[in-house]
Design a protein around this ligand. Structure first.
Ligand code: NCD
Ligand code: ZN
Length: 340
């Protein structure tokens, strides 16, 4: 296959930051995606509808001229989130979900939730207003091995939430394990998951074998090969519970090439091309469109896009950096390219 026409995809999980970084990365996202779920983990986090509307304006201002890209805003759940704010979010035409970060789980999550049971009235309200809850599914328990944190979160926390709120729509974000895939597959149709390109393309050897490679370090951390294979199988199965969410998370190169490097892979510059590579390796390009362009929109109860994009089979070399951000696969060859 030398060319592939797809309904325009959406990114159901992306970090675009603010200021100068936003200006660089938003053009990359808008070049391929019609819409994206914008993560709220800024400093300070986006916790109210008013803050989300301001952030949305900043994103719209940063877009290339003539772009019709739509940022879909989310609110950051904290110990202080109120039922009234949930109602306001449900009434806003620009807020699409709440994001749960267990406190300390990842980049800018200090303000995250420390005791979820104290927030049950807020989850109850999300269920009532049918506002999805997006979850970073990892325990933060220092005694829990970093490679087990997703599995243990499912056992200790997620199972209880799903039982308590059977009608709450939940996206388990950036799943990385066989156990997460099994959990989502066997749950009701209210439960879905996003999968990133790095978790489809790499296992944990990419970070650690033959030297420490910080540009493969993201959270949840890359796992063993058997988990990667389970993710590839889920993404390419045509099961609508699994859809595209890049978790593209730009950090300046010096903050990753550091004695205490930041977590996050930058993939937005070529996200759909990276997914095409992963699907082609699995001989499953025919399932790319459902995963990238249909199932997420269906889950969020939004119309599917109508424009198309064309991917061409063409080798190109990824630059070493984009304005001080080192991309995933820097200096390597990608085999697919969007036709502009
Ligand atoms: C994300 C970031 O940098 O904001 N980092 C990451 O490793 N994925 C935060 C997140 O989604 O966990
Ligand atoms: Zn993320």
């Amino acid at each position: 296959m030398n060319s592939l026409t797809l309904i325009q995809p959406d990114d159901w999980h992306v970090h675009v930051r603010t200021g100068a970084v936003l200006n660089t990365v938003i053009a990359h996202t808008a070049r391929q995606f019609a819409r994206a779920i914008i993560m709220p983990n800024l400093k300070p986090p986006v916790t109210t509808v008013a803050m989300a509307l301001d952030y949305r304006e900043e994103i719209l201002q940063a877009l290339p001229k003539g772009s019709d890209f739509q940022p879909l805003m989310t609110l950051y759940l904290t110990n202080q989130t109120t039922v009234e704010e949930v109602k306001k979010a449900a009434e806003s035409e620009h807020v699409y979900a709440f994001k749960l970060y267990p406190a300390g789980a990842t980049t800018n999550s200090d303000a995250g939730v420390s005791d979820l049971t104290a927030l049950y009235s807020v989850l109850e309200a999300m269920q009532k207003y049918d506002l999805p809850l997006l979850i970073h599914g990892e325990v933060t328990d220092a005694n829990c091995d970093i490679f087990d944190r997703e599995r243990v979160f499912i056992e200790r926390t997620l199972t209880a939430i799903v039982k308590q709120f059977p009608d709450l729509r939940i996206v388990l974000e950036h799943v990385t394990t066989e156990e997460a895939v099994q959990f989502v597959e066997s749950a009701s149709n209210k439960i879905a998951a996003t999968i990133t390109p790095q978790h489809l393309l790499y296992n944990r050897n990419a970070i650690l074998a033959g030297g420490i490679r910080p540009h493969y370090y993201c959270l949840p951390i890359l796992k063993r090969e058997k988990h990667r294979l389970a993710l590839v199988k889920a993404a390419t199965s045509g099961n609508p519970k699994f859809f595209l969410g890049t978790d593209s998370a730009p950090h300046l190169t010096h903050t990753k090439e550091n004695a205490c490097g930041c977590a996050g892979c930058y993939s937005a510059y070529a996200a759909i091309e990276l997914y095409a590579q992963a699907f082609e390796q699995a001989n499953a390009l025919e399932h790319l469109e459902g995963f990238a362009s249909f199932y997420g929109a269906d889950f969020y109860k939004l119309p599917r896009n109508t424009k198309t994009i064309i991917l061409e089979k063409r080798d190109w070399t990824v630059p070493a950096s984009y304005d001080e951000i080192t991309p995933l696969k820097a200096n390597e060859i990608l085999n697919w390219k969007i036709k502009q």
